[in-house]
Structure formats: C-alpha cells, structure tokens
Design a protein around this ligand. Structure first.
Ligand SMILES: *Cc1c(COP(=O)(O)O)cnc(C)c1O
Length: 259
C-alpha cells in the first residue's frame, strides 16, 4: 500500500472486523451526540458509509461488522463491487456521485439509491432503464449550495421547477435533497451551505407535487457531519472516518471542485 497523507477526521486504517466495528461505533456515537446536542431524537439520522476506493476484500470485513448499505461515487466501481459481493444477502448500494446519462443502465440494474439527480436527461434515461429492469430507485435531487465551487447540482433557484417535472418519472422515488458543502476551514461558510439546503427543502416541501417526498436532507461527510446534523441532516455520507484515509485526492471524485 502506498504512503497515505493522513486526512483530517480519518480513522486509523481498519484491517479487521473488530477495527471496523470500533470505527463504525465511534461514528455512531458521534452521530448520537450530535442528535442529542441538536435536540433531535436518537436515530433520526441515517449513516451511509461511503466505501469508494475500498477493495472488495476489505468491504467483506466492513459488512461483517454490520454495514449493509454502501455509498459509492463512481458508477463503474460500484457496479463491479455489487457484482463481486452479490452473494451477500440484503447488501444495498447508493450511488452518490455524478452520473453520465450513458451509464444510467448500470445504476438501474444494481443500485437502490441515487443521490446526484440534477437534470432531466438523467431522469429520462433512468426511467427508461428502470422500466426495462422492472425496478424502482430512491433518488435525491442534488443542489449546488456552494455557488461557483461545484460543477454539479441544480442552482437552488432552479430546484422548484425541476421537482415539478419529477412526477412524470414514476420509477424514481424522490426522497429529498442532497448537497456537498464548500471545502473550507471556515465553519460559517460550511454551515451556510447546509442552511441553504434545509431552507430550500422547507420551502419546497409545502408545494411539492403529490407523491414527491422531500423529507430527507443528505448532507455532511467525515469532516463536517456534526455541523450538518445540527442543521437538520437526515442522511450523512461518511467515508474516511470509518474506512481510513483515501490515497486518491478528492479532486478525482469531485472534478471542478476548488480546494
Ligand atoms: C467521498 C464522498 C463522501 C465521503 O467523504 P469522506 O470525507 O470520506 O467522509 C461524501 N459524499 C460524496 C459525494 C463523496 O464522493
């Protein structure tokens, strides 16, 4: 294994089922503390472990430690893992990264959830492929709350119109909104991204078309999930605090994101 630069908030590199159990439990304790601190009920936040770059042999240990729903950023990596781990009953995958329309067929085959829906061509391609597979998919609409920092996600002001179109796609089960906060050590800036997403959700929820659920807010990662919980996150996507630091820089996964 190559030398890794320790990332802030990264756990020690887990090697055994026991290591994974300890890392998972430490993150769950932090989630519980953040829920309590925010006056929210215990269990109101779902932890989505993000397993990108983690090879299948280590994932088997993580799964033995109790993880049964894994977040992956890249479709092909996720498809490969879903196939390799197909012997594990009940294992589910959430695709949390940008999706090119021509890869919708893979997502329609194996994923249970897609968190980066941000255009109608994607919705159209997913709908068509899900009909072929006779499946449905839970989706989150990705919103760009960091202005110029991200290439992906809808502008907050464009989100209401987009959501109005979604009832036409009956294979997509809309759950809520997702965002990536700005990468900054300035907590106020990070918080303002989370606040933007929550306030948008609150406004849209009242006018959402029938059948479009907007309860969920997917926001917060290893470095900022407690802050996200204090601002109303219902799903946190946590990688390095469970699996250890990644060798690849995040720019590999978030093209166009300034650091
Ligand atoms: C990798 C990734 C995460 C998790 O990041 P960590 O720093 O490992 O917690 C969350 N969301 C998305 C979209 C990601 O690609």
């Amino acid at each position: 294994m190559s030398e890794q630069v320790p990332a802030p908030n990264a756990a020690a590199h887990a090697q055994t089922v026991e290591d994974f159990r300890a890392n998972l439990s430490a993150v769950q304790q932090r989630i519980l503390a953040a829920e309590t601190q925010a006056g929210r009920p215990a269990g109101s936040v779902r932890l989505l472990p993000v397993s990108k770059t983690v090879p299948e042999e280590r994932l088997r240990l993580a799964i033995a430690a109790g993880m049964d729903y894994l977040g992956e950023n890249k479709v092909q990596e996720a498809a490969r893992k879903a196939e390799e781990l197909a012997d594990i009953p009940g294992l589910k995958f959430s695709v949390i990264g940008h999706l090119q329309t021509n890869k919708a067929k893979y997502v329609a085959r194996f994923a249970h959830e897609f968190q980066a829906l941000d255009n109608l061509r994607q919705a159209t391609a997913l709908q068509r492929r899900l009909e072929i597979e006779d499946r449905t998919l839970d989706v989150f609409v990705q919103v760009n709350t960091s202005a110029e920092e991200s290439k992906f996600g809808l502008e907050p002001a464009a989100t209401a119109q987009f959501i109005k179109e979604l009832p036409a796609f009956d294979r997509l089960r809309v759950q809520g909104l997702m965002t990536l906060a700005v990468f900054s050590s300035d907590t106020a800036k990070v918080r303002s991204c989370f606040v933007t997403l929550r306030e948008l959700r609150d406004r849209l929820r009242d006018t959402a078309p029938e059948g479009i659920g907007l309860e969920e807010l997917s926001m917060g990662m290893s470095g900022d999930f407690e802050l996200a919980i204090s601002e109303g996150a219902t799903v946190v996507r946590v990688g390095q605090a469970i699996f250890g630091a990644r060798a690849l820089p995040d720019s590999h996964y978030w093209p166009g994101f300034a650091h």
